[in-house]
Ligand binder design. Structure first.
Ligand code: SF4
Length: 512
């Protein structure tokens, strides 16, 4: 066996397959540090900082963070994505990726206590990477270390950088180091940008599929509704600029085009590792996005300035877009009090658009961290009296619904469930809000329809609540053949039994 593990390798710090999120963050983190992963974990801690009073979002509370990296890999052409982790994690991740229509196989290198302890897992990973690295089929092979292999120090950095011309990208994406799946997208996008940047520095690289852009381009950072880049392109045209690729890209060669830009629009502001690569390529970064009237006005000005566009052309772009946005906003007003929370990273942009549409937005919670690229949106919202909470926990999101009693709660699944139980109309952020255009004139009217329709449903919630009362809640939850009868005597018996057991345990402890 070729033992290529670092000397600090401590395989017994984790116990093999089947341990994971529930093993305890501190224990996993300590194991990973012992096993030689300190450097990467420190980088993650700097890139994806937790709030000082970090709530449950510093844990993989909702979705396994690695899903973000997996999804980025699976959406790229000619890219194979392989997971190395516990079978239960891989099952969940593949299930979720196919639920979201991956239409692509997910590679998996299984392990057990023995292969983990002996270092054979690394050999198995290397074998599978060699098998997959077929230049006829792939530009890149991505291999993702999940929690246990990361905590065990499986050294993906020792894999060859390239096999038969296929790039090998190994990344650690542990739930105890990368807080959200949104940031895990950045982990892979940043690793790919770094690789592509080094290729550019080393010599000529492939041109984009449709040739190099005729105009200077603006790279768009963050996944967005497919029509939005088209709309952004139309807004940029009067400035003599074009919309460049969206990062994370759909193809390897788009990475070169993304780096070859006049400016980068950090539409999603949490892509810290990717921004580091653009800064290394000496590209200016602009935060926020062209949402609503004021957002679009400020964004066009900032992009134009970053790309050295003369003021007259910036003004031409504004004149071409702003009146249309104002007209749509005034035709499609939103009336009602709204709280909003999500984990996509675009929450502040949606809130801005809702405020400009006339909504009374009281709270915005984002699972993502605060960065300098979200400062402009945060300041704008706070000036309008909106409470902005980064690294928002579920408890904070629920407390906001409770405090503000909104006409509409936009949020994650558990927030929506809680709001519905309280007869408050609610909408899923990811499925119903993220899946709409937000930018420019197209975005201005797109939220109003769905938001107003949801708010108008309040009466139906009240009717349902009045009809069902407390049927099916508390002790009466579940399927019953007859009317459920309360049995307070059973509860009393159980209570006494528990007290007796507690006393017995206390006596035993005192006697020992
Ligand atoms: S890889 Fe994801 S599911 Fe598995 S233990 Fe880590 S956070 Fe949990």
């Amino acid at each position: 066996m070729n033992d290529s593990r670092p000397p600090e390798f401590k395989p017994d710090a984790v116990q093999g397959d089947g341990v994971g999120c529930h093993s305890g963050k501190a224990e996993m983190l300590a194991a990973a540090q012992q096993a030689g992963k300190s450097e990467v974990l420190e980088q993650y801690a700097r890139d994806y900082p937790l709030a000082p009073d970090a709530g449950p979002h510093d844990q993989p509370q909702s979705m396994c963070p690695a899903f973000g990296s997996l999804r980025v890999g699976l959406r790229m052409r000619r890219t194979a994505t392989i997971l190395s982790g516990s079978a239960c994690c891989v099952y969940g991740l593949t299930f979720t990726s196919h639920f979201y229509g991956a239409r692509r196989s997910v590679g998996y290198v299984p392990f057990n206590s023995e292969t983990l302890v002996t270092g054979k897992l690394f050999e198995d990973i290397r074998d599978s990477v060699y098998k997959e690295a077929d230049p006829e089929k792939y530009d890149a092979v991505v291999i993702i270390n999940l929690c246990v292999p990361t905590a065990s120090g499986v050294p993906l950095q020792l894999l060859p950088k390239e096999i038969n011309g296929v790039r090998i990208i190994g990344i650690d994406v542990p739930g105890f180091g990368v807080p959200t799946h949104a940031e895990a997208k950045d982990v892979l996008a940043g690793a790919m940008l770094r690789y592509a940047r080094e290729e550019v520095q080393a010599g000529p690289v492939a041109a984009p599929r449709n040739g190099r852009a005729q105009l200077p381009t603006v790279t768009l950072l963050g996944e967005m509704f497919p029509a939005d880049p088209v709309g952004i392109g139309m807004m940029l045209a009067p400035m003599g600029l074009a919309a460049g690729p969206v990062v994370p890209t759909r193809e390897w060669r788009e990475l070169y085009a993304a780096l070859d830009c006049a400016a980068v629009a950090a539409i999603h502001p949490f892509y810290t590792a990717s921004i580091r690569e653009f800064e290394a390529a000496v590209r200016p970064i602009v935060g926020s996005a062209p949402v609503g009237y004021e957002g679009t006005e400020a964004w066009l000005q900032a992009i134009g300035a970053a790309a050295n566009v003369p003021q007259a052309r910036i003004d031409a772009a504004k004149n071409a877009m702003l009146p249309a946005i104002r007209a749509v906003l005034s035709k499609a007003p939103v009336k009602g009090r709204i709280t909003l929370s999500g984990y996509e990273g675009s929450e502040l942009l949606v809130a801005r658009l809702l405020v400009e549409s006339g909504a009374d937005v009281r709270y915005v919670g984002s699972a993502c961290p605060r960065t300098v690229w979200s400062d402009a949106d945060r300041e704008w919202l706070e000036a309008k009296g909106v409470r902005v909470q980064f690294r928002a926990s579920l408890e904070q999101d629920l407390a906001a619904v409770d405090e503000f009693r909104p006409d509409l709660a936009i949020g994650t699944t558990p927030v929506v469930q809680a709001a519905k139980q309280a007869s408050i109309p609610s909408l899923y952020f990811t499925n119903l809000i993220s899946a709409r255009p937000l930018m420019g004139p197209a975005g201005a009217g797109s939220l109003a329809q769905v938001v107003n329709a949801a708010i108008a449903n309040k009466g139906r919630f009240d009717t349902m609540k009045a009809f069902f009362g407390d049927v099916g809640s508390g002790d009466k939850a579940g399927v019953w053949e007859g009317v459920p009868l309360p049995h307070p005597e059973f509860r009393e018996q159980t209570r006494k039994k528990i007290i007796r057991l507690q006393k017995k345990l206390e006596n035993e402890a005192m006697g020992s």
